[in-house]
Design a protein around this ligand. Structure first.
Ligand code: SIN
Length: 313
């Protein structure tokens, strides 16, 4: 295979994959390889052990993340402390949101959110059960939603529970210039009533009136502070509401935007294996999860990297 050096110091293997060099005892060896999924977003980082990334390798991971929006690392073997240490490379961590049953976090680790259908001694150990989790980006019902989430697979059901991702840069880019002009300056209410599993959040009264539902306002189009690219910012469909519109006008425009954003032709779907870690950028992607058999077990640990107020164009 012919290798060539790219401008950012990576060795290109072919038109898609690239190797990142690492140093070990004076010699240079490939630290890992970046392999795009071939879909609209996402890349696999092959050969990286997340327990031992050096500063240069971490910079390369960050650059790949900015380019591909979602990164997959397979065959990891992380303790909770190592998951936290890897996540902290991207910034300070948010505390985990409260589960549907009022539990907050793994004992001793307030930053770790458990996504699981497993019930122990009559109590669910995590959130979202075994049903579908609808398209969303994480925690957009707060003023500063996390910039990123890292989800680490500990137990995986034999079938189902795949997670899909779509690019909100792509959604913006696919809109006509007329629609883009119409969206500039609009604000969207992101609902705080329901989580992506359809469960009512703790302490909230159930409602399906988007005008009165609790939530926070964000710009409908945001600018990513690291890439400078514009992205649609939709959060969740249920109870979403565009400021100043009638409910009918708001629903009509949102339905159209959601159809563009979640077009299956532009989605990458991940089938999990135990030991997979997927890191996604909440500022420019959304994700959803397939349902799976309730009698099987799925246990995932998630961290959330502290966020920022969404930037407007
Ligand atoms: C999540 O929405 O953070 C969980 C996704 C999943 O369970 O795969």
């Amino acid at each position: 295979m012919v290798l060539s050096l790219s401008s950012n110091g990576m060795v290109l293997m072919d038109s898609m994959s690239s190797e990142v060099q690492g140093k070990s005892a004076g010699s240079v060896k490939p630290a890992f390889t970046i392999v795009p999924t071939g879909r609209a977003l996402g890349a696999e980082i092959r050969g990286a052990d997340l327990r031992g990334l050096g500063p240069e390798e971490f910079d390369a991971v960050r650059a790949a993340w900015n380019e591909h929006q979602v990164l997959l690392f397979r065959e990891q073997s992380l303790t909770l402390e190592e998951l936290l240490a890897f996540s902290r490379h991207f910034g300070d961590l948010d505390f985990a949101p409260i589960q549907e049953n009022g539990r907050r976090f793994v004992d001793g680790h307030p930053e770790i959110y458990v996504v699981s259908n497993v019930v122990e001694n009559g109590v669910a150990i995590g959130s979202l059960g075994s049903g579908e989790a609808v398209w969303h980006s994480d925690m957009t019902y707060v003023d500063n939603p996390p910039i990123a989430s890292a989800l680490y697979a500990v137990e995986i059901p034999p079938a189902g529970g795949d997670t899909s991702f779509c690019s909100m840069y792509g959604a913006w880019d696919r809109l006509s210039s007329d629609v883009r002009r119409r969206l500039d300056g609009l604000r969207l209410k992101h609902d705080a009533t329901y989580n992506s599993g359809g469960y009512v959040r703790q302490g909230v009264v159930e409602t399906d009136d988007p005008r009165t539902a609790p939530g926070v306002w964000h710009p409908l189009v945001r600018v990513h502070p690291e890439t400078g690219r514009s992205a649609l910012f939709l959060g969740r469909r249920r109870n979403a509401y565009i400021d100043g519109f009638t409910p009918h006008e708001s629903d009509a425009l949102l339905d159209m935007l959601w159809e563009v954003a979640t077009d299956p032709a532009h989605v990458w779907q991940h089938r999990w294996n135990e030991g997979d870690l997927v890191l996604w950028d909440n500022r420019c992607t959304m994700h959803r999860r397939d349902s799976f058999e309730a009698s099987s077990r799925r246990v995932m640990y998630r961290t959330q990297i502290k966020g920022e107020v969404a930037r407007t164009r």
